[in-house]
Design a protein around this ligand. Structure first.
Ligand code: DHB
Ligand code: MG
Length: 227
């Protein structure tokens, strides 16, 4: 029986990637380009990218909203779940990241399905009001603003919209109510909101693997009105 250590979580994740996800030239080039450009190595793990892709397919998604593009790795996974009429609208605060993402997304052959909106999400999200509702929302940006992003996910969604919120585990720091880390505080506030706000029905899963000990929350927009 193997020990539960970060090195073993990594080996098991590599086994799952080899068995189930495979090695895709466009996705691996996207990660390499992102590393070469000096972007932080915080994109979703391959198994999580595939999960986002499967959730979008299971939901029959046509319109996907992503908050936090980084280098476009998760964006490519999501875009590949859509047909040619589908759209991923992805919001990125850093112009440099958006440039890297644009090149990666175009190189992966899904450029026509992806619109990158450059700006702070708190400013960009209100401009999406009145557009067709999103079928899936993936939140993976500055953790301090997580509750604002959840509120927008409900407002820009419809009953049945799938919401995924990344990084709910944060190496176990999430249990500390006295945390001084604003990212942990922002994620705790988001989890409390998912539990208390009738607009969502949610759970969360902890994960171990290439990215250490973390996790994601999964919610559905219920159609109840805002508190
Ligand atoms: C961080 C952000 C992420 O979205 C992630 O998946 C991992 C780490 C961070 O800011 O530390
Ligand atoms: Mg993340």
């Amino acid at each position: 029986m193997a020990e539960s250590t970060p090195a073993n979580w990594r080996s098991a994740d590599e086994y799952l990637i080899d068995s189930l996800v495979g090695h895709d030239a466009a996705l691996e080039s996207a990660v390499a380009a992102q590393r070469a450009a000096g972007l932080p190595a915080i994109e979703v793990a391959p198994v999580a990218g595939k999960l986002l892709h499967l959730l979008a397919r299971i939901a029959g998604a046509r319109r996907v909203l992503e908050i936090g593009t980084l280098g476009g790795y998760s964006t490519i996974w999501l875009a590949r779940a859509l047909d040619e009429n589908g759209r991923v609208i992805t919001i990125e605060a850093e112009a440099r990241n958006a440039e890297v993402a644009r090149a990666n997304i175009d190189a992966a052959g899904v450029g026509e399905r992806v619109e990158i909106l450059v700006g702070r999400a708190v400013e960009v999200l209100p401009t999406l009001e009145g557009t067709e509702p999103f079928d899936l929302v993936f939140i993976d940006a500055d953790k301090e603003s997580n509750t604002i992003y959840l509120d927008w996910a409900a407002r820009l969604g419809r009953p049945g919209t799938v919401v995924v919120l990344d990084n709910i585990g944060r190496e176990g720091e999430i249990v500390d109510p006295h945390t001084t880390d604003p990212r942990v505080a922002g994620t705790r506030a988001a989890l409390e909101m998912l539990g208390a706000d009738a607009r969502f029905d949610a759970t969360a899963l902890q994960t171990v693997g290439l990215k250490g000990w973390d996790g994601f929350a999964l919610a559905v927009v219920t159609g109840a009105s805002a508190p």
